[in-house]
Design a protein around this ligand. Structure first.
Ligand SMILES: Nc1ncnc2c1ncn2[C@@H]1O[C@H](COP(=O)(O)OP(=O)(O)O)[C@@H](O)[C@H]1O
Ligand SMILES: [Mg+2]
Length: 295
């Protein structure tokens, strides 16, 4: 069963709290069982074809990063063991390696994005305004340029539709200045740590998205950490300024989708097997490159 692609969790006998694009969260009282499926989304739409191994890669990588960053900020991980939850043996096998029992947090609805390089929506906004989320940048920067300093470029989480880039001031207005500053400082510290570790493995961490929540009165890191779904990873040897870089994530799917003529509205088309295999290999390669610098 472990080799199978998991698109949707079967009925585990636990109440489903939330089905996200990739993860399913089950109610364990003050904890949640977080299951990473092999679903893939692009342009905020989930594809009907899964990526073999993806859920396990996301889970192992996140747990490695959560452990490595514990001294910077506590996180939601309780255990990766699914024993003792009263699950049926076949469900335990299905969930092994793709599940984490986590502390249920009160999520702060901000995507804490940090950028070390000018790519993606950051590049688009910079070209139009010379700034990203209100952070003014030097003039004349090119696509993928390394920024003088990593910058915090938050976005409001929208459960429907796309996330909305905002300034730090807007985060402060909504969540309080103290919380806003802590989110910024922690995100920047986590990014610096992860970017330095990733460089040791020959990968540049161009940008990343983090989520935080309240565990009682304690601010903790939740969701996933520095996976190819939440981060833009570039192999050092492919880095160049002024041209797009083929990143170590779902880029083969994005490129295929752009060329296919699909209008990016649901339902998404099934994915061709060669793109699925290439994407699975990229996710695996990130894990394999990072494991030695994180273990
Ligand atoms: N410890 C936690 N407590 C509460 N909510 C969490 C926790 N960790 C993650 N979440 C939320 O669970 C969901 C994970 O599912 P995912 O498939 O990643 O969703 P999305 O489609 O929003 O990215 C996200 O909405 C995330 O904010
Ligand atoms: Mg998510």
């Amino acid at each position: 069963m472990n080799g199978d692609v998991l698109l949707t969790c079967p009925d585990l006998g636990l109440p489903l709290v939330h089905r996200g694009k990739v993860r399913e969260m089950f109610d364990l009282g003050d904890r949640l069982l977080m299951v990473a499926t092999d679903r893939l989304s692009a342009f905020d739409v989930v594809f009907p074809t899964g990526i073999p191994g993806k859920g396990r890669v996301l889970t192992e990588l996140s747990v490695l990063w959560f452990r490595a960053t514990e001294s910077i900020v506590p996180n939601h991980v309780v255990t990766t063991s699914v024993a003792g939850l009263g699950l049926r043996p076949e469900h335990e096998a299905l969930l092994a390696g793709r599940s984490v029992v986590v502390r249920r947090a009160r999520r702060i609805d901000v995507e804490c994005v940090v950028r070390g390089y000018l790519a993606g929506s950051g590049w688009k906004e910079y070209r139009q305004t010379g700034a990203v989320c209100g952070v003014k940048l030097p003039a004349g920067l090119s696509l993928n340029a390394r920024l003088p300093e990593p910058i915090f470029t938050p976005a409001l989480k929208n459960d429907v539709g796309h996330d909305e880039n905002v300034t730090l001031d807007e985060v402060a207005r909504r969540f309080g200045q103290e919380t806003a500053f802590r989110l910024r400082d922690l995100s920047l510290a986590l990014y610096r740590f992860a970017a330095e570790r990733a460089e040791r493995a020959g990968i540049l961490l161009a940008d990343t998205k983090l989520e935080f929540g309240w565990d009682g009165d304690r601010l903790i890191l939740i969701d996933e950490a520095f996976t190819p779904d939440s981060s833009r990873y570039w192999p050092v040897e492919r880095y160049r300024v002024g041209e797009p870089i083929d990143s170590l994530d779902k880029q083969p799917i994005r490129d295929w989708a752009e060329a296919s003529g699909w209008n990016k509205e649901p339902p998404a088309p099934p994915l061709p097997p060669d793109r699925v295999a290439e994407t699975a290999a990229r996710y695996r390669s990130v894990l394999e490159r990072l494991r030695p610098v994180l273990s």
